[in-house]
Design a protein around this ligand. Structure first.
Ligand SMILES: O=c1[nH]c(=O)c2nc[nH]c2[nH]1
Length: 825
């Protein structure tokens, strides 16, 4: 509850302006619940138990008045306010207005402009604005969001226009209706208490009859207001009527389109005939009078008195940027001036508008014109509290007070000389929305208030789609989120762990999450848990590392679209690159389950040489005393059991799991022997078996067999075992080395144990020393070798000599024959 006390000024009707001194007014939940003139404030405060911080006692030169209502303003044209006024309406639209409005497809631009226009008009006392946006649905919705966030009451119109507009700024006939219906339903679904959608055919020149008829149907379907332009400029009137065959006049066009309702407001209406006024009166359609615009682009002067006399509701509009000033105070002054000028050519009993009339028009008159006269515009119990505190003693402007001035004169002074600096407080629906008297300060504050909701680095549209790039933290999103963000797009993320400061925070509203143009390699369970209600997740174009760390992603499997062109692929490890992520995840999950305790398992590639995935199982340095009795199934396995205390490795050849092991490292264990039955030996498919650094003294039976009979002969490493070196065993090693070249990969490093410790088994002298060979036999072999060498040498020399002789005889004979021929000649 809030209690206001002091001078209250408001209109009950056009000719009933009330000045209520010492009035107490109580507001609860945004509505006026109590109002009493000449009240005892202390008593009321006590009676209603209102705490002192909720009591606003107005100072001597302050008064409370209803918030002002701008019944016609083009939010996007705020950019153009104050220039381009040399052309009349139709030329002005083409040269300045359409090109500017076309820019509002850019939401960043729209965000900037709309934030300023809402903040600035609010600062100027416009608590309610009837906005034209542009044809762009998204930015029109954004205008609604901004008005809601900053706190202005707003009617927001997405403009509809499907003909006689430039190519770059026109709607497709086919989609124009769908777009506006989407706009209405989306804005209504946001349930903003003070922001409403409005049907907004631009004007009869740019709208086909079919479009206008469809729009009127939507207006009644969704029970929304309608706004458009009428009879603003003579050339415009002529073109409009000529375009719509069978229509008597401008108003008849809208009548035939069923656009005239009690919730319709038409801007301008300068050239309306009496017949047209009759029709408007019949439909209770209102007029927005925009005198600044009418003067600035020289459209004409509207006789507001006449319209009022015909029973029409007339509100005031700034019509930015045909009108150059966004302040309703300015519209009030222009209205008085235009009316004064018109009165010059009227009879003496013509009553031009005075400050009281325009005060009414800017408050209750505007509310009535918008069809909300029962809700706002004056201070009545049950109405929403939209109000301004006016401070006449602020000394910065042209308004000066003198002693003993009447309240009436002071109000007149304010209307003629006041500006936003005199508007010290602004309330909409009971909420104070203006902070401080300085316009610039306030715009900055309100602007930043609104921008806070969209964190730096993000782009937020009206559908609560937030696109954020290069964020270091999710903190800003969390802090600023209106808890309404629907779609969150994060780009250029290198590591999701950098967001860990907000893991655990719950982004409950996010329904669609995109992480794109990023290089994330994993997504942790904590990050996933932060989006409990997400329905769709898009993660393509990242660099997933397909290892156990990525298993958490399985939670999102059903939420990730499965189009083939958008499949998620693994980027690493090398062997996994290009593999479909979820296919890999299934196997990684199974492997995790089946991995032996005290070992770590990871997929090396999805295809081994046997076309099944290749798994690395690392059980090294795990204090194992026996080999694991189970391994992941249906995979080709590389198993590292090195650096353990295994003594018995025989189960290797009896347990079925080891048949899939292709590489087995048993180095640095305590194994003395392995029992390999011939049969089992054939079943195992080792490619590499490392038995080095163990306690072998003799080569296990059946470990190495003849290659002729067995095709899977593993490469075996046997160094650093205490091999018993006797003639037979060394001979066996040397025979294996001769017959099955390099089957023992480290043959040249094999050394003997025992007495001959350190002796190389590969050296021929060891064989010589261990196996006795008689000296005669050695001598004989040497002699035979020498003899053979000499014999072959002599044979070669003889052959060479014979060949040479043969060539010499031939040469001699040929020379003799040539001498004989010569002599004959
Ligand atoms: O003052 C006006 N401003 C506009 O943007 C417009 N469009 C049609 N008619 C119009 N009149």
């Amino acid at each position: 509850m809030k209690l206001f006390y002091g001078l209250v000024i408001h209109s009950k009707s056009i000719d009933d302006l009330r000045f209520l001194p010492n009035t107490a007014l109580i507001v609860e939940h945004g509505k006026i619940v109590y109002i009493e003139e000449s009240a005892d404030v202390d008593k009321i405060q006590q009676q209603y138990q209102i705490s002192p911080e909720n009591v606003v006692v107005l100072k001597e030169n302050e008064f409370l008045m209803p918030g002002m209502i701008d019944t016609h303003i083009h939010a996007p044209q705020y950019v153009n306010a104050g220039f381009g006024l040399e052309l009349p309406l139709l030329g002005w639209l083409n040269k300045y207005t359409f090109p500017t409005e076309a820019r509002f497809s850019d939401l960043n631009f729209a965000n900037e402009v709309y934030t300023r226009v809402v903040a600035n008009t609010l600062s100027n006392g416009t608590t309610t604005a009837m906005y034209f946006a542009t044809i762009h649905k998204e930015s029109a919705l954004l205008l609604g969001d901004i008005a809601h966030q900053i706190g202005q009451r707003a009617f927001v119109g997405k403009v509809s226009m499907d003909q006689n507009s430039p190519d770059y700024y026109i709607e497709e006939k086919s989609s124009a209706i769908k777009e506006i219906e989407d706009f209405i339903t989306t804005l209504q679904s946001k349930n903003y208490p003070n922001v409403q959608p409005v049907i907004t055919p631009r004007f009869a020149i740019t709208c086909s009859m079919e479009l206008m008829k469809n729009l009127s149907e939507l207006a009644s379907k969704y029970n929304v207001n309608i706004q458009t332009h009428v009879s603003e400029n003579p050339a415009e009137c002529e073109v409009a009527v000529s375009l719509h065959e069978g229509c008597r006049d401008y108003v008849d066009i809208y009548a035939q389109a069923n656009l005239l309702t009690a919730k319709t407001i038409l801007a301008h209406g300068i050239y309306l005939s009496d017949d047209e006024l009759e029709v408007l009166h019949k439909f209770q359609t209102s007029i927005s009078h925009c005198p600044n615009s009418n003067c600035s682009i020289r459209s004409g002067m509207c006789d507001v008195r006449r319209l009022m006399m015909k029973g029409l509701h007339v509100g005031l509009g700034t019509d930015v940027s045909g009108g150059f000033n966004p302040s309703i105070l300015d519209a009030m002054r222009f209205a008085i001036t235009v009316s004064n000028i018109l009165s010059l050519s009227k009879s003496e009993d013509y009553k031009p508008l005075n400050f009281k009339d325009v005060f009414f028009m800017s408050t209750l008159g505007g509310a009535q014109a918008l069809g909300v006269g029962d809700k706002i515009g004056s201070f009545e119990i049950g109405k929403d509290f939209d109000a301004l505190v006016i401070n006449l003693s602020q000394t910065d402007g042209n308004l000066e007070l003198w002693p003993n001035e009447s309240i009436e004169n002071r109000l007149s002074k304010w209307i003629h000389l006041g500006d936003d600096r005199t508007i010290s407080r602004v309330y909409v629906h009971g909420v104070e929305v203006k902070e401080g008297a300085s316009n610039i300060l306030r715009v900055k504050r309100l602007g930043s208030k609104r921008n806070e909701a969209c964190p730096e680095g993000c782009n937020c549209d009206s559908n609560q789609n937030w696109k954020c790039a290069n964020l270091n933290t999710l903190g800003d999103i969390w802090k600023n989120s209106t808890r309404a963000v629907q779609e969150l797009t994060l780009s250029n993320v290198t590591d999701l762990n950098s967001y860990s400061d907000h893991f655990g925070a719950s982004f409950e509203s996010v329904q669609r999450l995109r992480i794109q143009k990023s290089s994330i390699s994993r997504v942790s369970a904590l990050f996933i848990d932060s989006f409990p209600k997400v329905e769709k997740v898009f993660l393509e174009d990242n660099q997933f590392s397909c290892s156990e760390h990525i298993l958490a992603l399985q939670t999102w499997e059903s939420k990730i679209p499965t189009q083939t062109d958008k499949l998620l692929l693994c980027s690493s490890p090398d062997g996994m690159a290009g593999t479909e992520l979820f296919e890999a995840l299934k196997i990684i999950a199974r492997v995790k389950e089946e991995c032996p305790t005290s070992c770590r398992c990871w997929l090396k590639s999805m295809k081994s040489q046997y076309s099944v995935p290749n798994l690395f199982v690392n059980c090294s340095q795990s204090n194992l005393k026996v080999i694991p009795d189970s391994l992941p199934k249906s995979l080709v396995i590389e198993l590292d059991l090195s650096h353990n205390q295994i003594e018995d490795a025989s189960p290797l050849f009896s347990l079925p799991f080891y048949q899939n092991v292709s590489v087995l490292n048993l180095a640095h264990n305590h194994i003395q022997d392995i029992n390999v039955s011939n049969d089992a030996r054939h079943k195992n498919h080792f490619r590499l078996l490392n038995l080095s650094y163990n306690k072998f003294t003799k080569l296990p039976e059946n470990l190495i067999v003849d290659t002729d009979t067995f095709s899977y002969q593993p490469l075996i490493m046997l160094r650093s075992n205490p091999w018993t070196c006797d003639c037979n065993s060394v001979k066996r090693f040397q025979t294996i080395e001769m017959k099955q070249l390099h089957i023992i990969g480290d043959f040249i490093y094999l050394t003997c144990g025992g007495d001959l410790e350190g002796q190389l088994i590969s050296s021929p002298t060891s064989l010589q020393r261990l196996c006795y060979v008689p000296a005669v036999a050695i001598m004989t072999i040497r002699c035979v070798n020498i003899f053979c060498f000499i014999f072959v040498g002599l044979a070669l020399i003889k052959t060479a000599y014979d060949l040479r002789s043969m060539y010499a005889v031939d040469a001699h004979r040929n020379a003799g024959e040539r001498v004989e021929e010569f002599q004959k000649d």
